[in-house]
Ligand binder design. Structure first.
Ligand SMILES: Nc1ncnc2c1ncn2[C@@H]1O[C@H](COP(=O)(O)OP(=O)(O)O)[C@@H](O)[C@H]1O
Ligand SMILES: CSC[C@H]1O[C@H](OP(=O)(O)O)[C@H](O)[C@@H]1O
Length: 411
């Protein structure tokens, strides 16, 4: 019989006390539940005398933000800790260290990253992260390459796929990203001010065809082991360091879904500058920083991925330069399409982003939402024609110019 139950703070302290690597001496411990995500409990346990800390994360058998009427498998904790361990092996230093796991209790005990900031919060506060593009592109290139048929034997890959079959978490993404935003679903969370824009998407057959094609890739393409939810709320940063957390949506899927998630969340913050920048000049500068980061993430990713392919590719046919070029073109197009889908879902789907939702001024929030939707829908519609990351930069720049011109004309 399972002994699963939600942890009390006292139990979390007892688990922490047993991790001698972090707490070699006994003493007083302090525990706080700090989970601000949609799904899980996160206990932060510290030892004031030494300053050492640790994180105990536990999956609940339901969706935390919704309540017990939305049950959810706690197997996601196993997926999360196995993915963290795998990613740590492939991409050392870019994920938290895992000290202990307990599948029955759905627990992951990991490194305390409280000296970092969650990137979404950091970006909202105007932070600049010079190491981010280099490090996140390293994480994406290595984790995607070495879990694909390009970087491991197809036989070993098929065995690895078995450990990461993740149907319940994939269903959340299928519903929230590829289905509900494209009809009047009950779970959508639509501000009345932009209902007309959501309705326009529901009637847009060209848009829905592209979303259906992206959804098909999400369902059938087992290209590599994805993080599966690589938004800026799943990335801890300092100016020098990047650490990726929270891979409970990990599964074998299309690589562009991960890279697209990073770009989408930079673009959501780009749209949110309608409020967060002090004036027009500050907005221009901040947006230039965000678009340079978008460009750098893709460009560095592509260079690193091609290098791994050329130096560590596992099969003779991979020597075809034409195949590599074709693969990278398709990967860019998938990235553009998934970036668009991940942008649209965060504006009026079930789960939004704080970048836009915490804008206090209604008019600025509406402008940010409409701008994000304009960027997202253009990326989706243009994905199969994309030939360079400059297409993404152009789409965002033109959409922002249109928003600025309309706001100026109104004032
Ligand atoms: N390793 C860690 N170190 C410090 N804080 C963490 C760590 N992991 C999670 N947190 C905190 O807990 C929050 C929620 O964690 P997350 O893994 O995103 O949970 P969920 O799966 O519910 O989204 C993060 O935003 C962060 O504030
Ligand atoms: C019903 S879960 C909604 C949404 O939340 C997850 O993100 P996180 O737990 O990191 O906040 C994921 O993006 C899901 O789509």
């Amino acid at each position: 019989m399972s002994h699963y139950h939600p942890l009390s703070e006292a139990e979390a302290i007892e688990i922490a006390r047993s991790i001698k690597e972090v707490f070699p001496q006994d003493g007083e411990f302090v525990c706080r539940e700090i989970g601000d995500g949609n799904l899980n409990l996160v206990f932060h346990i510290t030892q004031p005398a030494t300053g050492a800390g640790i994180i105990v994360k536990q999956a609940l058998p339901y969706v935390k933000v919704f309540g017990e009427s939305w049950p959810l498998t706690v197997d996601r904790a196993r997926i999360e800790n196995q993915a963290l361990i795998k990613q740590g092996e492939i991409s050392p230093g870019l994920v938290p260290k895992v000290y202990k796991t307990d599948t029955e209790m759905a627990l992951t005990v990991m490194e305390d990253l409280s000296d970092h900031v969650i990137m979404r919060k950091g970006l909202i506060e105007g932070g600049v992260y010079p190491a981010f593009a280099e490090q996140i592109s390293e994480f994406a290139a290595r984790t995607l390459f070495f879990t694909s048929d390009l970087g491991m034997s197809p036989q070993d890959k098929k065995l690895l796929v078995q450990s990461f079959v993740n149907p319940h978490m994939c269903k959340i993404s299928e519903d929230l990203i590829f289905e509900e935003p494209y009809y009047d679903a009950k779970a959508n969370n639509i501000d009345e001010a932009i209902r007309d824009a959501a309705e326009a998407n529901w009637a847009d057959e060209e848009l829905k065809l592209e979303v259906a094609l992206l959804r098909e890739k999400f369902l059938v393409s087992a290209q590599a082991l994805l993080h599966g939810d690589l938004h800026t709320g799943s990335i801890f940063v300092t100016p020098e360091s990047t650490k990726v957390i929270d891979p409970e949506f990990a599964y074998f899927g299309p690589m562009g879904f991960d890279i697209g998630a990073i770009l989408a969340n930079l673009l959501l913050n780009f749209a949110a500058q309608e409020h967060w920048s002090a004036d027009e000049a500050a907005r221009r500068d901040r947006r230039a920083y965000l678009l340079n980061t978008v460009r750098d993430v893709w460009t560095l990713f592509e260079a690193k991925f091609r290098k791994l392919w050329n130096e560590q590719g596992t099969d003779r046919l991979l020597g075809s330069a034409a195949f590599q070029d074709d693969y990278m073109r398709r990967l860019l197009q998938d990235t553009v399409g998934f970036a668009g889908a991940k942008t649209v879902r965060r504006v009026y789907g079930f789960a939004h982003v704080a970048d836009i939702d915490s804008i206090p001024d209604a008019a600025a929030k509406e402008r940010a939402q409409r701008l994000a939707l304009a960027i997202g829908t253009s990326l989706i519609k243009g994905n199969r024609q994309a030939s360079s990351i400059e297409d993404v930069i152009r789409i965002a720049t033109e959409a922002a110019a249109t928003t600025t011109a309309a706001a100026t004309a109104e004032s």
